[in-house]
Design a protein around this ligand. Structure first.
Ligand code: HEC
Ligand code: HEC
Length: 152
């Protein structure tokens, strides 16, 4: 049987495209690293991501024993710099008593050598380094993390 030449070329081209598409699909599955910034040139500005709404009020459960508790209230008005820390006026003893706020953990009053201090140690000064606001922000990168309690 005589196969016309153009059909052979079409068949070859089709085969090649399928091979390329398959290769692309498997590259996506195994995941070339993708920037959270999106596919944008370095000198271009990307759009700021939407700010997730805070979830105040009910405290979220801890995901694991050692987790710094999440902050169940707004914090945008409370300044923290090298001299001022406005979180302390509610959370440092004895102010926490009159404010009805949970007292800062005792671990935060020990310096890095374990010496007990009467003031919050400098290594715990920037509270929001560890404690973050509660939000229902979507995960940036998909993952299969399971809370320690549920993992048992
Ligand atoms: C005006 C007083 C006030 C200020 C200022 C304040 N908080 Fe609070 N905070 C509270 C109260 C009251 C609660 C308890 C709320 C509840 O149980 O619903 C709380 C709860 C928390 C909790 C949860 C503790 C736990 O055991 O679950 C964290 C963490 C926290 N605050 C961190 C901060 C940080 C960090 C700052 C500064 C950026 C700050 N707070 C400033 C009053 C305050
Ligand atoms: C280096 C991380 C880190 C920093 C900085 C830090 N915390 Fe914590 N915080 C934790 C962890 C972890 C816990 C839970 C374990 C514990 O109690 O030590 C905690 C617990 C707490 C609790 C709950 C206490 C309790 O008895 O349940 C409060 C309130 C708190 N921190 C407030 C603060 C405030 C206010 C600041 C800033 C002055 C601060 N933290 C700075 C990590 C941190």
């Amino acid at each position: 049987m005589k196969i016309p030449m153009p059909s052979v070329i079409v068949a070859l081209a089709l085969g090649f495209s399928i091979a390329v598409l398959t290769a692309q699909a498997s590259a996506q599955e195994s995941g070339p690293v993708q920037s959270l910034r999106g596919v944008i040139e370095l000198d271009e500005l990307n759009e700021a991501p939407p700010v997730a709404a805070l979830k105040t009020g009910r405290r979220f459960d801890k995901a694991y024993r050692q987790q710094p508790p999440l902050i169940p209230h707004k914090t945008d008005k409370y300044q923290i710099n090298t001299k001022v820390n406005q979180c302390l006026r509610c959370h440092d003893w004895p102010y926490n008593v009159q404010e009805g706020a949970p007292k800062i953990s005792e671990t935060h009053y020990a310096d890095r050598n374990g010496v007990a201090l009467d003031k919050v140690t400098r290594s715990r000064w920037f509270c929001t380094q560890c404690h973050v606001n509660q939000t229902d922000a979507p995960v940036l990168v998909g993952n299969d993390f399971v809370n320690a309690v549920n993992a048992r």
